[in-house]
Design a protein around this ligand. Structure first.
Ligand SMILES: NC(=O)c1ccc[n+]([C@@H]2O[C@H](COP(=O)([O-])OP(=O)(O)OC[C@H]3O[C@@H](n4cnc5c(N)ncnc54)[C@H](OP(=O)(O)O)[C@@H]3O)[C@@H](O)[C@H]2O)c1
Length: 284
């Protein structure tokens, strides 16, 4: 961006036209009341929605920026690892054991993706490529080829009742906080599996553990947690049916992100519309 002055913020810094942020403190926002654009260097803006933001500022998320393909490969890997029992093979091979397990039926592993946005739609399409039955759930009605789509609270229970592998790709809002609770998780098909790659606060940790221990759920792959890093004493670290990863399913890619944000700032300065503007009222 020739001509632009780019500076790291410090208290008392001069006024900027645009800000590039991740989880800034309220002080930063309060000291920069004239911002035209606040560019979040991730897809999820829940960290920003907690703040009191200047009314005129556009809040802009990274849209795709190389994250969708990462999310698709991460979720496909988790689904396939569970369905093909690769975790079991890994453990057996580790003990020098050569044995075969009975093949499972793909038709008995319907995958349900909650959230059919930039990431969820890509994930649903990718999983469908492997011929799993795929269903999706969003706030407003959506159509995705190869995916049975459900929308809104009225169709949520029907969506859950036909889902065995539940993937969460919802933004964290007041409506989606704690959405993976005992009531909703117990509606999944028996032998359910939970893949949370959205936000930790959408899962009620104790409810998951209770359903794993009762046998209703077969396992979970969790990439995001209420507290990150996951505290050393948290039971998720050692639960035999839980696989954890350190919030790494879709990383913000530096070069793509810089190019996307620079392009959007230039478009805004030319008075052109941009993609990825967050609806602050809706919260995502
Ligand atoms: N683990 C990681 O590394 C990582 C990386 C990036 C992002 N994420 C998380 O992934 C989330 C999703 O990203 P995205 O880019 O796909 O978001 P997005 O494009 O904003 O899509 C959100 C989807 O969720 C649906 N939705 C929102 N509120 C809902 C509700 N109350 N009920 C039903 N559906 C609802 C939306 O429905 P409509 O289609 O009707 O709007 C939309 O389909 C982010 O918010 C972030 O938290 C995690």
């Amino acid at each position: 961006m020739p001509g632009a002055v780019v500076e790291a913020w410090r208290p008392g810094a001069p006024q900027a036209d645009h800000a590039v942020v991740w989880a800034p403190p309220q002080q930063f926002i309060d000291e920069q009341p004239a911002l035209k654009g606040i560019f979040n260097i991730g897809a999820g803006v829940d960290g920003l929605m907690k703040l009191k933001l200047p009314r005129q500022a556009l809040v802009v998320r990274i849209d795709d920026g190389g994250m969708a393909v990462q999310m698709a490969e991460f979720v496909c890997h988790a689904v396939i690892r569970h369905f093909r029992e690769l975790d079991v093979y890994e453990a057996e091979i580790g003990q020098g054991q050569w044995s075969h397990r009975k093949p499972q039926r793909r038709s008995e592993f319907p995958v349900g993706v909650m959230g059919l946005g930039v990431l969820g739609e890509r994930v649903a399409r990718a999983v469908a490529q492997f011929e799993f039955p795929v269903r999706g759930w969003s706030r407003s009605p959506r159509q995705v080829p190869g995916v049975q789509c459900f929308a809104g609270p009225a169709q949520f229970d029907e969506f859950l009742a036909g889902t065995r592998v539940l993937v969460c790709l919802l933004p964290l809002t007041a409506e989606t906080r704690d959405i993976m609770n005992a009531r909703n998780l117990s509606r999944l098909l028996p032998g359910g599996y939970v893949i949370n790659v959205a936000r930790g606060a959408q899962l009620v940790d104790d409810d998951l553990i209770a359903l794993l221990d009762s046998g209703h759920l077969a396992g979970a792959a969790l990439d995001v947690f209420r507290t990150e890093p996951l505290p050393a004493e948290h039971p998720f670290w050692r639960h035999p049916k839980i696989t954890i990863t350190p919030h790494t399913s879709a990383r913000t890619l530096r070069d793509e992100t810089i190019a996307q944000i620079a392009g959007k700032i230039q478009a805004l300065e030319r008075g052109e519309p941009i993609a990825g503007v967050v609806d602050v009222e809706r919260g995502y």
